[in-house]
Design a protein around this ligand. Structure first.
Ligand SMILES: [Mg+2]
Length: 185
């Protein structure tokens, strides 16, 4: 399996979280969605969920999914965002480590297998790497606004470019399919 060999490769790429077909994913057997917050759902410069985000969360829930918000950001930031959505949230998740995802799993109403879980995020080194470790189905989205990345993310982006270059060389087809557009500004 490609996934085993390429720990930073997502299973799928979408331009934005708003373009993901959650209905089809539900029909394919997925039941849980882990959502990254910063630059996946909102820009770093925003604090509260936008109308579009509120609608998206409601739509995903209506389909039948359980949702967990998961962020490496600090408690207050995550709380201000998550509260109006009334969804379980994990702060200081320490992605790509497994601990934050495990905390998230505990917030769900029942036990799910990794094969039933989708994880959406905008970073290869944290979201994709961590979710791959957990065995989730990983969807990479383009960051909403790269220029607002915090300094830790800027470092990650630098490392990310090197990883992408390697993947491009080794798996040109997969690069084209899942990373080319992500890389373009
Ligand atoms: Mg992010």
């Amino acid at each position: 399996m490609v996934k085993k060999r390429k720990k930073h490769l997502p299973d799928k790429y979408k331009k934005s979280v708003f373009e993901i077909d959650f209905f089809s994913l539900y029909n394919a057997g997925f039941r849980v969605v882990f959502l990254d917050i910063d630059n996946t759902l909102i820009k770093y410069t925003k604090a509260k969920p936008t109308k579009k985000v509120i609608e998206l969360i409601a739509d995903i829930e209506k389909i039948g999914f359980e949702i967990v918000l998961i962020s490496n950001n600090y408690k207050k930031r995550v709380k201000i965002f998550a509260e109006p959505l009334n969804k379980p949230a994990v702060h200081y998740a320490m992605k790509p480590f497994k601990c934050g995802y495990k905390r998230g799993l505990k917030k769900l109403s029942e036990k799910y297998s990794p094969q039933q879980i989708i994880s959406v995020g905008d970073q290869l080194l944290t979201d994709v790497r961590g979710s791959n470790k957990m065995g989730f189905y990983t969807i990479l989205v383009k960051p909403l606004e790269r220029k607002s990345d915090v300094w830790t993310t800027k470092i990650n982006r630098f490392l990310e470019r090197r990883i992408i270059r390697k993947i491009k060389k080794k798996y040109p087809k997969l690069y084209e399919e899942r990373l080319q557009d992500y890389e373009s500004l």
